[in-house]
Ligand binder design. Structure first.
Ligand SMILES: [Zn+2]
Ligand SMILES: [Zn+2]
Ligand SMILES: [Zn+2]
Length: 321
């Protein structure tokens, strides 16, 4: 419970959580001493570690909180995240960045970014590096040197007293380049092609299948507990272009699952798929006992899932359901 509230990273974060941030950032193992203290914001979003040793100076309450997270498999998990979430992540020691990012932190240019520009998030790095992007057909006003007098460089000089804006833009870009595609707001993300399927009108009995992969909300919505420790989530992006043929009409399929002796050892589960009366695609299914190496629980719920899994497999991929 403490952990959940500690990771409530949106607005209205409790005051004690800010204190916890500070304590976790101070109490680090010796090997983190060369991680500058000003970049240690959150050890769940960044790759530095806090002390977990009982003999360390870490307060007991915080130790307990961290151990609870470790015990129950707390981590960031999701197939894709909204761009606002990607941009809110801290850039320094970003937890999913290539380890190169750790070496970039200590250079003079990075020190300028940290102190003069007060650069903290991925979004801020993206904005700073934006003038470097040459959009085809439109000449950028920025000139690739530190004497450039474009609007962006002038503004940087005035607001930050940095005298080498171009160098700092390039460094911001280098930092972003250490991010895998899934965490890089500059690349195409599933949200760019996902449309809201719940906007389709439906009757009371129907459920529209929500195919979207993107986790929305804020940084507190990206954490999962009870994750599978033997499985490491991948950092690739899954941008699926689903082109619905406008001639195709929405198909209604009724599905249901049931189980005899539900909750007992000898339980047997099955499912039904119904298109229309006499439709050859109608099916009744028996839930298999095994799926590969995994034993399947015979229950009402697994049977429901089976029906929902098999139904789209019976149809062409683009059929709106
Ligand atoms: Zn500087
Ligand atoms: Zn410029
Ligand atoms: Zn600078």
């Amino acid at each position: 419970m403490w952990l959940k509230r500690y990771l409530a990273l949106g607005p209205g974060r409790p005051m004690w959580a800010l204190l916890a941030d500070a304590l976790l950032a101070i109490n680090v193992p010796a090997y983190e001493n060369n991680t500058p203290q000003d970049i240690r914001k959150n050890c769940y979003l960044q790759s530095w570690t806090t002390s977990t040793h009982t003999r360390s100076s870490q307060p007991t309450d915080l130790l307990r909180m961290i151990k609870a997270g470790q015990k129950y498999g707390l981590r960031i998990e999701g197939l894709a995240f909204e761009r606002t979430i990607l941009r809110d992540m801290p850039i320094w020691h970003h937890i999913f960045a290539d380890s190169r990012i750790r070496r970039l932190t200590g250079s003079n240019t990075s020190k300028c970014l940290r102190s003069k520009h007060n650069l903290q998030t991925v979004g801020e790095a993206e904005d700073l590096a934006a003038p470097l992007i040459i959009i085809s057909g439109r000449q950028s006003r920025h000139r690739p040197n530190n004497q450039c007098n474009c609007r962006d460089c002038t503004e940087i000089r005035e607001t930050t007293t940095c005298d080498h804006p171009h160098l700092c833009m390039v460094r911001a870009q280098e930092l972003l380049d250490t991010l895998p595609p899934k965490w890089d707001p500059r690349v195409e993300q599933p949200e760019d092609v996902e449309t809201d399927p719940t906007s389709i009108s439906k009757t009371r009995e129907e459920e529209i299948f929500d195919y979207r992969l993107t986790t929305t909300g804020d940084l507190s919505d990206i954490f999962r507990i009870f994750t599978n420790k033997s499985h490491t989530p991948v950092n690739d992006t899954y941008v699926r272009r689903i082109q619905t043929d406008s001639n195709e009409t929405l198909i209604n399929v009724a599905t249901d699952g049931s189980c005899i002796d539900n909750g007992q050892d000898n339980a047997l589960a099955g499912a039904g798929i119904y298109f229309a009366e006499g439709d050859p695609r109608n099916k009744s299914l028996r839930l298999p006992k095994m799926a590969g190496e995994t034993q399947l629980t015979q229950s009402n719920q697994t049977a429901e899932l089976l029906a929902v899994k098999v139904t789209p497999e019976l149809l062409p991929k683009t059929t709106p359901l």
